[in-house]
Design a protein around this ligand. Sequence first.
Ligand SMILES: Cc1ncc(COP(=O)(O)O)c(C=O)c1O
Length: 478
Amino acid sequence: MEMHVTLNGRGDLGGQIYRQVKAAILSGRLMPGQPLPPSRELASRLSVSRNTVTAAYDRLIDERLAQSRAGAGVFVRQAAGPSKRPHEQPPPGAVSPSPIWDRIAAPPPEFFADAPRYDLRPGIPDPRLFPYETWRRLTSQALRMSSMGTGWPIDPAGLPELRAAIARHIGVSRAVQVEPENIIVTQGTQQAMDLIGRTLLRPGDCVAIEDPGYTLVRNLFRSQGAEVRGVPLDSEGIRVSLLPDHTRIVYVTPSHHYPLGSVMSDARRHELLEWARERDAVVIEDDYDTEFRYDGRPLEPLHNHDDAGRVIYVGTFSKVMLHTLRIGFVAVPASLTAAMRTAKFLTDWHTPQPTQVAMLGFIEEGLLAKHIRRMRHEYRKRHDRIVDVLNTRFSDMLTVIPSNVGLHLAALTQPGVRDQAVAADARSRGVGILPISRFREGDSPDGLVLGYGAIAVADIDDALAALHSALRTFQNDP
Ligand SMILES: Cc1ncc(COP(=O)(O)O)c(C=O)c1O
């Protein structure tokens, strides 16, 4: 069916075409995979130059709504999809969100779906092994405290005792030296990033993020109006030489790359810090799951090498405990503490008091350390079993990226084997697994991210057997 485009007047013809095609994609009138009208044909139909149409299409391609296939034309991207189903379209004249939200993907639906039969999705700690009874006791104690509900009470940066306990905890577990007054308790990493953006970014500032990298952080900074640039990695970590000169913030996961699982080398850490010092840039170190280490000596956090006050260290209890608790923290250079504390206050006053008090008890009674020890023991078994099976049964299909830490590892597929197709096939066999391509914006090899936080050891062999069958399909018929 011919797509309808009308032009009014002579102004901004390319912009008019771009907006109408975009609206057709976002409303679902043009479906993923459908071709856009050939540029030559549309140009002649509208009596505009062909360049006007190609410029409009280029904008759609830049926004990842369309993609060009050599020799075949321009198509609606598979992931573009309608932002709303037709019957949910707002009535004409309804208030619209600011245009930035057209460029930011909604949370993927599978975030809210039931867990798959075999859950190899990364980053999910095992909910079955959490000490709910203990947490219930600590939370109800907190709710009985007389200070609960007596007016204004809580420092937006968090309970002083909890900040001190967190400083001690990361001092022991990660050798991070930080004064309690420079810690701000947050609702997880995600809020820490939001506060960092609010505190540091001016509109249009550049944030550099590892590519592949953590999509939620990328989208968060983009939603704050930053120019977010993906920077590729090599075997040592983010390629510092490719960081844009005008970068204000660099976000990295040096101790366990997300999603590749690799570790940033010592040399690259120093190069990054030196680069940040020279450019007056800030480095965010997201240290989200390195309490779980199975082998080898940890490299020191970047934070420990920072003598110029340029590193912001972000930690979370989402991985060592449960991500539904929504509690984490950020350790900031002293020069940023006051502004970030105010940003936290303006955002949500403070992290819920019962959670903070319960968390304090959990740390002070030695329960956090005990839980981490228990989970490390459990996750090590899963990690080792997965690595064993991958190395023995998958050696002709996957190249494992070595990783001895955290809750996931990654493996590259053979050239020509598309990770999204493998993940979709695996899903049809009951295996939830994410393709590396899900995390990238530029070019990087395809592969699979295998999380072992949520899968019991006893299920690993069956899960990997199903994954093997999925991969085999593509090996035989690439
Ligand atoms: C790279 C990375 N950092 C941090 C987190 C934790 O986020 P939060 O603390 O907001 O739950 C995750 C969770 O998936 C993650 O993948």
